[in-house]
Design a binder for this molecule. Structure first.
Ligand SMILES: Cc1ncc(COP(=O)(O)O)c(C=O)c1O
Length: 415
């Protein structure tokens, strides 16, 4: 490849190469090129142990949970509830505070819908300008239903939230602050502990959208000051259709259920229904049992990793990709916060993001293009969208070289 820019090997390359072996899907070629998978913010690849766990459940353990007295059902229930304990332990919570969901979107909607029943005209809900639509639209619906007002923490040109403006938005009218841990669109890691501290001083409850946090390191709900926290299994090397809503026990008890049905009740009669204790009150119907077991395997996998080493590796990926892209002509990086996850969003001065994505795809490079479900943020920067390369622990220098070769090709085609 004549356009190949050779970059020196990462000091952490060996560790990443060992981890990469756990992900069979990365070994394929796309249009004759080795796959450079740089769409990890959309979904991460799954290690073999996650895939094997799901297969093992269906092959040898399949049964419904919480309902049967028979051996298989009890075995499935034990394994399912064991994952609840694993998740709780991983994030510093207790099992009764862990609600299984289908993903972050589901979790935010559960809280927003429940809170809508308590919000009133004159109350404020605060989100930030960096949010994914999943942490905007449910709050808009809650505000429409209740008459509360949605307020937005502004973001500066580099992608950093304006905490002075946030302080001015907070008041005794603020009932909830719903903020992302890490921006999927431009990578900013928000000072969530500080945001929570200020919210609590104002008497508000804090919901953290942690969808983008778990692939880059462990998360501790206490440290973040989260009252609610949502995440998706598929963005942390686990299966799609799985997720977690963490909620402080008293808040989960006060939250009305989002759905009614089997498994979430204590007694039912036509005169009325009493609900099961939390967390089961919030888990109506048959859950995604195989998925939850796969999520448990993903957490076990994450637990076994050397995060200090991985974070060094991801920082190297972020810095190297950013520096090399800056050297190419016609590229502007969008999002330059000092505290960033390994996400590089950029635009080319002549080529539309969609065209860039198409050229890169033909060279085996998987990136995401468009508004990244963050249209208000794109509007803030007067952009229709960006090209986003999002890295994970298994990415390497060759992936960056492929991205750079692709951008050379874009430059030659469009300039
Ligand atoms: C920051 C953030 N929040 C929420 C979501 C929604 O996650 P899911 O589609 O898994 O519910 C995403 C997905 O991209 C995200 O990046």
């Amino acid at each position: 490849m004549s356009d190949l820019i050779e970059i020196p090997e990462a000091p952490t390359a060996t560790a990443a190469a060992v981890l990469r072996r756990d992900f069979a899907n990365l070994r394929q070629r796309v249009y004759g090129h080795p796959l450079a998978y740089l769409d990890n913010a959309a979904t991460t690849q799954k290690p073999d142990i996650v895939i094997d766990r799901i297969h093992r459940f269906y092959a040898t353990e399949n049964s419904n949970v919480h309902r049967g007295v028979h051996y298989l059902s009890q075995q499935a229930t034990d394994a399912f509830e064991q994952v609840r304990a694993t998740v709780a332990n991983y994030i510093g919570a207790s099992p009764s505070e862990i609600v299984f969901t289908s993903g972050t979107t589901h979790g935010v909607n559960m809280v927003a819908s429940g809170m809508a029943q308590r919000l009133q005209p004159g109350d404020d809900v605060i989100v930030s300008a960096l949010e994914h639509h999943a942490n905007i639209v449910p709050w808009q619906i809650a505000c429409e239903r209740s008459g509360a007002t949605l307020r937005v923490i502004p973001v500066d040109d580099g992608g950093v939230l304006d905490l002075t403006a946030y302080g001015e938005l907070l008041s005794d009218r603020t009932k909830i602050v719903a903020v992302g841990h890490t921006s999927n669109a431009i990578g900013t890691i928000n000072p969530v502990s500080e945001i929570s501290r200020l919210a609590h001083e104002a008497g508000a409850v804090v919901l953290v959208d942690a969808a983008q946090a778990f692939a880059h390191g462990p998360v501790d709900v206490e440290e973040l000051g989260a009252d609610f926290l949502c995440f998706s299994g598929h963005k942390m090397f686990g299966p799609t259709g799985t997720g977690v809503l963490f909620g402080r026990r008293d808040l989960l008890e006060a939250l009305p259920p989002f759905q009614g049905g089997g498994d979430m009740i204590d007694t039912v009669s036509f005169e009325g229904t009493s609900y099961a204790d939390v967390p089961h009150k919030h888990e109506a119907g048959t859950p995604n049992i195989a998925g939850v077991l796969g999520l448990g395997a993903a957490i076990e996998y994450l637990r076994g990793l050397d995060w200090e080493l991985i974070q060094r590796h991801e920082n190297w990926l972020l810095e190297t990709a950013t520096e090399q892209l800056r050297r190419l002509s016609g590229i502007t990086i969008v999002g330059t916060a000092p505290n960033k996850a390994s996400v590089v969003s950029f635009v080319h001065h002549k080529a539309h993001p969609y065209d860039v994505g198409t050229v890169l795809d033909r060279m085996g490079v998987a990136v995401r293009t468009g508004h990244h479900c963050a249209m208000p943020l794109m509007e803030r920067y007067s952009l229709p969208g960006t090209v986003r390369a999002s890295f994970a622990l298994y990415n390497n220098g060759a992936d960056i070289e492929a991205l750079l070769a692709g951008m050379h090709k874009v430059e030659s085609l469009f300039s």
